[in-house]
Write a protein that binds this ligand. Structure first.
Ligand code: SF4
Ligand code: SF4
Length: 200
């Protein structure tokens, strides 16, 4: 289920009534009152009450596709990472929590060279310190391969800081499990194309 969004025009000048916040408060009270009366009536009549509480952890919220949980690496069908170790994500990360060690390769002649010299290769190491991550999504934004995406994983709480150090193996998630996020990114980039919707 995709979430809905409200577009807010921050340049719009508020009138005096809006600046008093009274109409908004009254609308909020009316909504609260409507639910209170409805649930009270259901209680008196012995009918099922309408509940808006999510009884976590037995019940879970289905986050919208735009939700940003823990960043993870997308795995190809053969299990290898899409990541080519470029490393734009590490440069863009404001929390400085991504560490990448590019893979060393052996060029013709036997000399060791960095992967960049022999074409894109998955990195040797890819670590994220999730105790520092602020879930900003910049790593996802700058990745040219859609190799790192924001997942729905949020249950990271622990009292062991070392458990928040995720390596390449722990970060890899099969692409099919990330299909909603990948489709969302594809829709977003199509919408952001300069000629999107112009019929060109
Ligand atoms: S995840 Fe993307 S941006 Fe980061 S190193 Fe890999 S390919 Fe580059
Ligand atoms: S979500 Fe933001 S803070 Fe977290 S790893 Fe990506 S760029 Fe860094």
């Amino acid at each position: 289920m995709a979430g809905s969004s409200i577009v807010v025009d921050r340049r719009k000048k508020l009138g005096w009534a809006a600046r008093l916040y009274l109409p908004t408060m009254l609308r909020g009270l009316a909504v609260t009152g409507r639910h209170f009366v409805g649930n009270l009536r259901a209680l008196v009549l012995g009918k099922e009450r309408r509940s808006f509480a999510v009884r976590y952890p037995e019940e879970r919220v289905d986050f919208p596709d735009a939700f940003r949980g823990m960043p993870v690496l997308v795995a190809r069908e053969d299990g290898s990472p899409r990541c080519v170790g470029c490393p734009h994500c590490a440069a863009a990360c404001p929390a400085d929590c991504i560490r990448i060690v590019p893979a060393a390769r052996v060029a013709a002649g036997g000399a060791a060279v960095w992967a960049g010299a022999v074409g894109p290769q998955p990195p040797e190491r890819f670590d994220i310190d999730m105790s520092r991550c602020i879930f900003c999504g910049f790593c996802e934004d700058v990745c040219p391969e859609e190799a790192i995406v924001m997942s729905r994983l949020v249950e990271l709480a622990t009292d062991d800081r070392a458990a928040l150090q995720y390596d390449l193996e722990a970060l890899l998630v099969p692409a099919e499990l990330l299909s909603r996020r990948l489709s969302f990114l594809a829709r977003s980039s199509a919408r952001d194309e300069p000629n999107a919707g112009s019929g060109d």
